[in-house]
Design a protein around this ligand. Structure first.
Ligand code: ZN
Length: 403
């Protein structure tokens, strides 16, 4: 068993001990020491990183009471040799702040609303707790955050004590520990009593601050995202920077930023609207131009054209505009793309030709798909011929129609 120095003193940043063994497993080289200040993954708290004789420790895991320090290089040391360890204090102290902050926030939800914490995760940017409830109000979240920050401000002592099962009745525990002997209790003076093997600062003041960022429903639970300690300051700094950049882009102060964005959105809507109406006018002129090239095929009056790369929506609109204003006319619009062909066929209300019949022939000709009715049909398929050729093919079909 490795003696865990952080149990008695979580502030040890460097230490000297003896190497118990050096082994290689599927993950890499690791060393086991007689004692260690490195915290291994556990209880929702991530492992420490640091140095052993100036070689980087990139991961620390516990297996059957033995703490394995995974090292980047196989150290030139043997069993029994002395070894100097130092841990990355910035990372560790951040974990201490986040972890102790979690104790506080969970206790606050329990104290105020009897909401029980059933899950905890400490991530790179924020941490989460899962409460076994299916709804949380803004007011409740605010009150729990406020109480946690009040306990921080009061700078209460955080103690650890070793107790046995029979001593547990002396403490108002929120949850029974999973082990029955050598239980490590973490006590936040007059506020929270918890069985925990993690590292914590010695007073609540060192947690600095707690800020809830948001929450979401996860099946039958509510998952709350929050940050503690230096993360509150660094996130404030980056959010502030973002607001300053947005303010300069929008030429507005923080107070008027929402209005500035709303104004922009309105402006965009208006622009879209006027663009739409201009487009309509252009299309009307276009249709007027097409009307000049009316042709007579087999006694039918046709307006035909071939486009390149236009949207189906445009093709339909042009066809409708032609036949709505010309009740004796058939409109036949073809469009060519890189690998496809599309067409739209429509008839004015006094034309008796079944354009669906012709349309179906065209669809078949281009191995395509489409649909419509006797008065209006559209289709699209492969570019087996050019657009002009499809138009010619269609005109032949019109010529073959019996009058
Ligand atoms: Zn803890």
């Amino acid at each position: 068993m490795t003696k865990k120095l952080y149990y008695d003193d979580p502030y040890i940043k460097s230490f000297s001990t003896k190497c118990k063994m050096k082994v290689q497993d599927e993950e890499g080289w690791f060393v086991v020491l007689e004692e260690t200040a490195f915290y291994p993954t556990g209880g929702g708290q991530p492992y420490d990183v640091g140095l052993l004789n100036n070689v980087g420790v990139y991961r620390v895991e516990e297996r059957k009471g033995e703490v394995r320090h995974y090292i980047k290089d196989p150290l030139p040391i043997n069993e029994g040799d002395r070894i100097e360890g130092s841990i990355n204090w910035t990372r560790r102290f951040d974990h201490m702040q986040q972890h102790a902050g979690q104790h506080l926030l969970s206790a606050a939800f329990e104290e105020l609303f009897q909401y029980e914490t059933v899950g905890f995760h400490l991530g790179e940017t924020h941490l989460t707790i899962d409460l076994n409830i299916d709804q949380l109000t803004i007011d409740q979240a605010f009150k729990a955050e406020q109480l946690s920050n009040q306990i921080i401000l009061e700078n209460r002592q955080i103690d650890t004590r070793w107790v046995n099962e029979q001593d547990l009745s002396d403490y108002p525990l929120r949850k029974m520990p999973t082990v029955s002997e050598d239980i490590r209790l973490v006590v936040i003076d007059n506020f929270d009593y918890n069985g925990c093997g993690g590292t914590h600062p010695s007073s609540t003041g060192q947690i600095r601050a707690i800020k809830i960022l948001g929450w979401e429903r996860q099946r039958t639970k509510i998952r709350i995202q929050f940050i503690c300690g230096e993360r509150v300051l660094s996130q404030f700094q980056s959010k502030h920077k973002l607001l300053v950049s947005l303010g300069s882009l929008l030429h507005s102060s923080e107070e008027t930023m929402v209005e500035a964005v709303e104004r922009l959105q309105q402006k965009e809507k208006n622009l879209e609207k006027s663009l739409e109406s201009e487009k309509e006018k252009v299309m009307e002129a276009e249709v007027q131009g097409l009307m000049k090239n009316k042709m007579n095929v087999n006694g039918h009056s046709l307006i035909c054209t071939v486009y390149k790369g236009r949207s189906m929506q445009d093709l339909q609109k042009i066809t409708r505009m032609i036949v709505e204003n010309n009740e004796y006319v058939i409109a036949f619009v073809v469009c060519e793309y890189e690998k496809q062909l599309r067409f739209v066929l429509g008839r004015g209300k006094n034309v008796e030709v079944n354009v669906k019949e012709i349309g179906n022939h065209l669809i078949k000709h281009i191995n395509g798909k489409g649909g419509g009715n006797e008065a209006f049909i559209q289709g699209g398929g492969e570019k087996v011929v050019l657009g002009e050729e499809l138009l010619e093919f269609g005109l032949v079909l019109f010529k073959q129609l019996k009058n």
